[in-house]
Design a protein around this ligand. Structure first.
Ligand code: IPM
Ligand code: MG
Length: 370
């Protein structure tokens, strides 16, 4: 009998809504196969959050689900939301599950890599796109998403004070500690990459952004190997189109990171390819999810691209389980599958050697090539 000790990791799996369950199931199969090859074990716990949790428990995220996630080594999430819950009141919408998980697990650092695979260069809307490999580090538990918000009646509804009516407000507030924590994260990732950090803000208008810049300037000397530059978010959105390959690491606030990561996703050819990791304090479970949404219109059709979920699983291995070998294995297999010509319909691609693929074909071929 072999006495070899096998590590078993606990993974919470939240398929969610729409195509979420399909893509996570493909990712789970890939994880099992890679773990087998690398000699470690995984225990999966399936949980509900988002619309399916509203249907079953009346709320998008239960305390039990959150607790199960806290007690896992990592969380793999598909996507939440769909037309079905469009008329649900704002504080009970499926998206609240995501915000609840982010806040409840303390996931302040959201990593969204945008890589243009050579094989997908023709799918990018950018002419002659190549060498795009950037990482957006988005602050995830602060800013306008979590700031004070509400509505009130006012006698002065227009800036000239001439109209009565309702005023709605959301507040962008960032503490020094929150800003330093995420900026340091940006610097650290830049150190592990091409040593370039772009701090993105709106410091020409917003006080909170001015604090970001001040703190970045204070931290920069701790990382002398990193070249820092600063861009206003409007300019950054333009430069991402103009010279995407110049970017290495972008660090920014919750809201700006949300917007820029969709843009960065698009320039790589398909949002169906983009994984993400949300990390909290060291040793705490991270959450991994594809950047794409629940795409209810194609749910159940077999058209969903599971690559973003599979690449999210690779990030999970790398960042939460410290299983870099298994992560590399998955990432290489995905590349090979792209090289072999397999494409789901979200990747605009034509030409010789292209094989129209569905979710299962991608999953099977990734597993075969591990
Ligand atoms: C994202 C999404 C979410 C966000 C929504 C669904 C709440 O757009 O993860 O980028 O705004 O953070
Ligand atoms: Mg978004």
């Amino acid at each position: 009998m072999s006495l070899r000790y096998k590590i078993a990791y606990k993974i919470a799996v939240i398929g969610g809504d729409g195509i979420g369950p399909e893509v996570t199931s493909a990712a789970v199969d890939v994880m099992k196969a890679a773990a087998d090859k690398c000699g470690f074990e995984l225990e999966f716990k399936y949980l509900k959050a988002g619309g399916c949790s509203i249907d079953e428990f009346g709320i998008p995220l239960t305390e039990e689900t959150l607790e199960e996630c806290r007690n896992s080594d990592a969380v793999l999430l598909g996507a939440v939301g769909g037309y079905k819950w469009d008329s649900v009141p704002a504080d009970k919408r499926p998206e609240r599950a995501l915000l609840g998980l982010r806040a409840g697990l303390g996931l302040y650092s959201n990593l969204r890599p945008a890589i243009l695979f050579d094989e997908l260069a023709d799918a990018s809307p950018i002419k002659n796109a190549k060498n795009i490999d950037l990482l957006i580090v988005r602050e995830l538990t602060g800013g306008i998403y979590f700031g004070d918000h509400g509505r009130y009646e006012s006698d002065e509804c227009l800036s000239d004070g001439s109209e009565k009516g309702i005023v709605a407000y959301d507040t962008e507030a960032y503490s020094e500690a929150e800003i330093s924590r995420i900026l340091r994260e940006g610097f650290r990732f830049a150190m592990g990459r091409r040593h370039k950090l772009t701090v993105v803000d709106k410091a020409n208008v917003l006080e909170s952004s001015r604090l970001w810049r001040e703190i970045a300037a204070k931290i920069a000397p701790e990382f002398p190997e990193v070249t820092v530059d600063y861009l206003y978010v409007d300019n950054c959105s333009m430069q991402l189109i103009n010279r995407p390959s110049d970017f290495d690491v972008i660090v920014t606030s919750n809201m700006f990171g949300d917007i820029l990561s969709d843009e960065a996703g698009m320039i790589t050819g398909s949002i169906g390819m983009l994984p993400s990791a949300s990390l909290g304090a060291p040793g705490k479970p991270g959450m991994y999810e594809p950047v794409h949404g629940s795409a209810p219109d194609i749910a159940g059709s077999g058209k969903a691209n599971p690559m973003a979920a599979i690449l999210s699983a690779a990030m999970l291995f790398r960042w939460s389980l410290d299983q870099a070998e298994a992560a590399d294995m998955i990432e290489n297999a995905v590349r090979q599958v792209l090289k072999a010509g397999y494409r789901t319909p979200d990747i605009i691609s034509s030409g010789e050697g292209i094989i129209e693929a569905d979710t299962d074909m991608i999953r099977e071929n990734v597993i075969k090539l591990l």
